[in-house]
Structure formats: structure tokens, C-alpha cells
Write a protein that binds this ligand. Structure first.
Ligand code: 6PG
Length: 628
């Protein structure tokens, strides 16, 4: 049974509200209030005379019931009966506690109810008023519907069953990630409702078939009809959307909205753009619906066994879904869930976007190491062994899967050698690059890794140019140990840039993001989990700027000359390693106390009178020069 609720039995006069309400109050062991007992005398007199009540007659009465219900909620809740025929009446009655209000709508035909009214004695409502009640009635959307022709005992049994069976968490969209998360929730003992749309001939009975396929989903309820799905959930409803990012999320929200009640919570668990999440949050809040934009990382397997979850939005809404998300999340070395409230607005999706940007670079660096080792004459199996030996110094999930990938054979041939060398993307790297440009932050490695994918996609052009530059220089000899060090160096720069980007975004958007907590969330479950992330966690507790950490400074000082050497060797060998090179170049630029930007400023002033500032000018005035 769901506790601390007000169960309101509603419907036209004569539908049997009092009998159902009294029996239900007994069954739920909750106090019973009959709304009719709280009508002002003037209303009773009016009805006795056969005069239907106006809206204005009802407000004082509904306000009374509202106060009564709020008092009851402070204790154990109550069962209340009230005709509550119109939506506005229901809103007035449940004002301030709509999320704790469960509506039970007694539905029956005019003829049946008229028969009952005529049989009952002593009630102030004359039968002639029934038609006006039916005229006023607006059937509720979010109520449990009860057919009043059933015997009372059956009605109560049905209600008991419904309350016991109300699901606590809804999963909307059963694609790969949605399915895995659903199973994860069920394995954690949550009572869940599943929804997947019905698309004739394409997606039919998806939720039902999925439920039937996995024993852990035995207790789950499966739907392909939105109203039934929403009504199967206890309030405040918690619905996680696992649909493709983009306009589909807006369509789904529009479809769900008419069935939701004030205070319900929607969680978008897709890779949505953080600006869309902010827009959706504002819109849904205006509709009194709570919204959480949650980044979810870990792919299909992670979603099933424990993803890393980055929820953003209102802290209050997060508190209501925290037990569910924390239970299904991966656990860190300290046993804590890899799920933590990230911050306001779209910050959850922002950090997930940057996660993906870091992921792009980590993948690109491994691909570049593969390119170098291939150029040095190693085959995939050998490269896998070399990468295996790197685990003790620089282990990560992406390194591990790359080893598996390199070892995979089809017949005698490594499968990677059969894969077309054109890298795709779903957009999060683009968004990170756009965000970094908008914020004026140099996340150069992310942009580089993205552009490397773009360059790869110009396959025909590459083939044409390859024919022109047919003769490559001899490949320089490179030490495997040096490659590992250069790789490690670039990874540190990658993580430094990623956290800097988040730190700057947090300042700009006034999000209160704790970088060390975010690093903790990223130590397990996600695609960029690694030993390095575990190492960075305590450093971020000291400062948001990783380069403040003496240990990291020393490491970079030691690794830099080796990274310089490897980059130089790659350039001389004409092996494309744009991200590795950029990591060295970026640090070169960052460590240049007196840069060449003075030239840029002078040029801007020359052709555009954009002015410049002078060194050692405490007033930092703008100067303009006539240059010729
Ligand atoms: C994750 C992944 C996941 C997805 C990427 C792929 O954290 O689980 O990042 O979100 O695999 O979106 O992105 P691309 O298709 O752009 O490489």
C-alpha cells in the first residue's frame, strides 16, 4: 500500500462514492471524510430545492476539503469522497498536495445511477439533479477508473490490487539502452512499468515481448499505450525517457504531458544537448512537471550492470529519483554509487557531452598509437600485446576494449583490417567543440579528435591525395616505452582540457559543479573510466586546475621531452597523429609566458582599428596606432 496519500473517490451523485470510500478507508486503515458532510448549509438548501450548484457555490466547500486533506496528510493520509466533477474543482481540492493525491473515478451509466438514486432515501440531492451532474462532469485523465456496476467487494479488491501493483518507476523507450536499464532496475527489485510505442509492422508488442523474454521482468508491467502506462505509475510519477536525442524527446514530452500530474518527474537519460535540456526544464516547470537531464554512460553492458549517471536539474526532483539511479549505477572503489547530482539546468547533459569529447580523444589517441605501431611494422596481435603491457601504467576501459578488438579475428585475418577506415559520430563531439568555441575555452584535443573523424570520412579525397603524395619518408625508429609515455602525456592534457572546459562552463552558467565528485562518478561504469581518472580525483579535491597539482606538474615535466621526441618522429615519418601533436603544441603554447599574440593584436589594430593594450600599463587602456 502507498502511504501518506489522500485517496479521493469521485464521480456524480449516486455513483456509490460513500460506500466505496468507507470500504476503502477500512481496507487501507485510513480515516474517512465524506465531502457531503462539509457543504455549507446554503449549498445543501439549494440542492434540496433542486437548484444545481454553481462554480461560485463550490469554492468555499472545496477549500474546506483541501484544508482537511492537508491536515490529514500530516498524519497518515485519508480517504475522502467528493463529486469533484470538473478539473478546476480537482485542482482546488488537491492544491499543494497534488502529488500525494490519488483519484478514484466511479464511472457508470446515467440509467444505472438514476436507478440507484431513486432507490436511496434521505439524501439531500434529488434525482432531477443527476442530469446536471452528468453535464458538469469532466472525466479525469489521471484517475483509477472503476466500473460502478461491479459489486462493492470486487471494487475494493480491484482497488487494493491496483494500489499494491502501482509501479514506482517507468521506463519509456525500449531501445538498446532502455532495455538494459529496465533489466537493471528490475534486478534491483524495483517495480517498474515499461513502455514502447506501437508502430504497425515495425515495432509491435515490443514491451510485452521484452518482458516475456527475461525472467527478472516477471513483475514488470508492459505497455504500448501511453495513458495506461502513465496510470500504472504511483504519483509523483518517475518516468525515464530513453529515446533518441533531438526532436523526438520533445514529441514524447508532448505525448506524455496530458496524462501527467503536477509534481511528476521526467528524466531524460539520452545524449541530449544541454541547451535543449535547459529549455525542456523551463517548459516543463511552467507545466508544473519536474525534469532531470541525466547523462548516462556505459553503453549497453554498462546500462545493464551499472552505468555512470550524471543527473542535472532541480535538486529537489533529484532527491525523489536518487534511490533508483543510485541503486542501478556502477559502484566506485569506495562502494559509493557512480551517480551524483551534478548541478543546475542542463549541467548533467553538459558534463556527459564533455565526457564524450574526452572519449573521442581517448579513442583517437589509441588509434594514433595503432597507426604508429602499424607503421613500425607490428601486426594487430602484436599491438594488442604491447597495449596489454601498457595496462600497468595507463589502464583504461578503452585500452582494454582496444586490446580485445585487435585480437578479434575472422578466419586468419584480424577483423580490424577488414573495417572501413571512415569514423562516424552521433554529434556529441560536435556539440563539445561548439560549446568550447562558444565559451572561448581551448579544448583543442576534442576539436582535433572530431576533425580527425571528419578527415577520415573524406575517403575518396584521401585516396586522390595519397596518389599525389605517393612517396612517404622512411619511418623513424621509435621506442615502445616512449610511445607509452607520449600516450600518457597526451591523456593527461586531454583530461586537463576536459575539466577546464567544465570548470569554465560552470562559472559562465553559474552551475555549482564539484569536479572531484564528477571525477568520482567517472571512475566506474562509464566509457572513460581509467586508472588516470582515479588518480585525478584527489587532485581535483585540492584545485579545479589540475596543473596546480605538483605531482602532475612533475609527471608532465618528465614526460614532455619524450612526447616532443615522439611527435617529431611522427612528423618526420609522416604518420598522422594530430591529437598527440596537439597535446605537445597546446602545452608549448600554455607554457609560453610571452606569446606571439602581440602580433595578432597589432594586425587587428592595423586593419580594423581594434586597439590593443600595452605591457606595464596599470590602467589597461586601449591604444590605437596609425601604422604607416
Ligand atoms: C557512453 C557513450 C555513448 C555513445 C556515444 C557514441 O558514454 O556510453 O559515449 O554515449 O556510445 O554517444 O558517440 P559517437 O557515435 O559520436 O562516437
Amino acid at each position: 500500500m502507498v502511504s501518506n496519500k489522500i485517496y479521493v473517490v469521485m464521480g456524480v451523485s449516486g455513483a456509490g462514492k460513500s460506500s466505496v470510500g468507507q470500504a476503502l478507508s477500512k481496507s487501507l486503515k485510513l480515516p474517512f471524510y465524506d465531502g457531503d458532510d462539509y457543504h455549507p448549509q446554503a449549498n445543501i438548501d439549494k440542492m434540496r430545492q433542486g437548484i444545481p450548484l454553481e462554480d461560485s457555490d463550490r469554492w468555499a466547500w472545496l477549500k474546506n476539503l483541501n484544508l482537511l486533506a492537508k491536515e490529514a496528510l500530516k498524519k497518515e493520509g485519508a480517504v475522502m469522497v467528493c463529486s469533484a466533477l470538473k478539473e478546476v474543482y480537482r485542482q482546488e481540492l488537491s492544491k499543494d498536495f497534488s502529488t500525494e493525491c490519488e483519484w478514484i473515478y466511479l464511472k457508470g451509466s446515467y440509467e444505472l445511477i438514476m436507478e440507484r438514486i431513486q432507490a436511496r432515501a434521505g439524501h439531500f440531492m434529488p434525482p432531477e439533479l443527476l442530469q446536471s451532474q452528468f453535464n458538469t462532469l469532466e472525466a479525469p485523465k489521471n484517475a483509477i477508473e472503476i466500473d460502478v456496476s461491479a459489486p462493492l467487494s470486487e471494487i475494493i479488491k480491484e482497488l487494493e490490487m491496483t494500489f499494491n501493483e502501482k509501479k514506482e518507476f517507468g521506463l519509456f523507450g525500449l531501445g538498446v539502452m532502455g532495455k538494459s536499464l529496465a533489466r537493471n532496475l528490475a534486478r534491483n527489485g524495483f517495480r517498474i512499468a515499461l513502455f514502447n510505442r506501437h508502430l504497425a509492422g515495425v515495432e509491435e508488442g515490443v514491451a510485452k515481448n521484452f518482458k516475456d523474454h527475461f525472467p527478472e521482468l516477471k513483475e514488470a508491467a508492459a505497455f504500448d499505450e501511453i495513458a495506461a502506462f502513465v496510470n500504472a505509475l504511483g504519483t509523483p510519477r518517475k518516468i525515464m525517457l530513453m529515446v533518441n536525442a533531438g526532436p523526438i524527446v520533445d514529441h514524447v514530452i508532448a505525448d506524455l504531458l496530458p496524462f501527467l500530474s503536477k509534481g511528476d518527474i521526467l528524466i531524460d537519460g539520452g545524449n541530449s544537448n544541454y541547451k535543449d535540456s535547459k529549455r525542456r526544464l523551463d517548459y516543463l516547470n511552467s507545466q508544473q512537471i519536474q525534469f532531470i537531464g541525466a547523462g548516462v554512460s556505459g553503453g549497453e553492458e554498462g546500462a545493464l550492470t551499472g552505468p555512470s549517471i550524471m543527473p542535472g536539474g532541480s535538486k529537489e526532483a533529484y532527491a525523489a529519483i536518487q534511490p533508483y539511479l543510485e541503486a542501478i549505477a556502477a559502484k566506485g572503489e569506495d562502494g559509493k554509487p557512480c551517480c551524483s547530482y551534478i548541478g543546475e539546468e542542463g549541467s548533467g547533459h553538459f558534463v556527459k557531452m564533455v565526457h564524450n569529447g574526452i572519449e573521442y580523444v581517448e579513442m583517437e589517441l589509441l588509434a594514433e598509437m595503432y597507426a604508429i605501431l602499424t607503421a613500425l611494422g607490428k601486426n594487430p596481435t602484436k599491438i594488442a600485446s604491447i597495449f596489454e603491457s601498457w595496462k600497468s601504467d595507463s589502464n583504461s576501459y578503452l585500452l582494454e576494449i582496444t586490446i580485445d578488438i585487435l585480437r578479434k579475428k575472422e578466419g586468419d585475418t584480424p577483423l580490424v583490417e577488414k573495417i572501413l577506415d571512415v569514423a562516424a559520430n552521433k554529434g556529441t563531439g560536435n556539440w563539445t567543440t561548439i560549446a568550447t568555441a562558444e565559451l572561448g575555452v581551448p579544448s583543442t584535443l576534442i576539436a582535433n579528435a572530431l576533425f580527425a573523424r571528419f578527415t577520415s570520412s573524406f575517403k575518396t579525397q584521401r585516396q586522390k591525395v595519397a596518389a599525389i603524395f605517393e612517396h612517404s619518408p622512411e619511418v623513424q625508429t621509435m621506442e615502445e616505452g616512449d610511445l607509452l609515455k607520449a600516450y600518457h602525456f597526451a591523456r593527461i592534457i586531454n583530461h586537463y582540457q576536459g575539466f577546464q572546459l567544465i570548470s569554465e562552463a560552470a562559472k559562465t552558467y553559474q552551475w555549482n559543479i564539484q569536479l572531484s565528485e564528477l571525477a568520482r562518478v567517472w571512475t566506474n561504469g562509464c566509457i572513460i573510466k581509467s586508472d588516470l581518472m582515479k588518480k585525478l580525483l584527489p587532485l581535483l579535491k585540492e584545485s579545479n586546475d589540475l596543473l596546480d597539482a605538483p605531482t602532475l606538474q612533475n609527471e608532465l615535466l618528465l614526460l614532455k621531452p619524450i612526447a616532443n621526441k615522439v611527435v617529431a618522429q611522427c612528423i618526420l615519418s609522416e604518420i598522422p597523429t594530430s591529437s598527440l601533436s596537439e597535446s605537445v603544441n597546446f602545452l608549448n603554447q600554455l607554457k609560453t609566458d610571452r606569446s606571439a599574440a602581440n602580433i595578432i593584436q597589432a594586425q587587428r589594430d592595423y586593419f580594423g582599428a581594434h586597439t590593443y593594450k600595452r605591457i606595464n600599463d596599470p590602467l589597461q587602456k586601449n591604444y590605437h596606432t596609425i601604422w604607416t
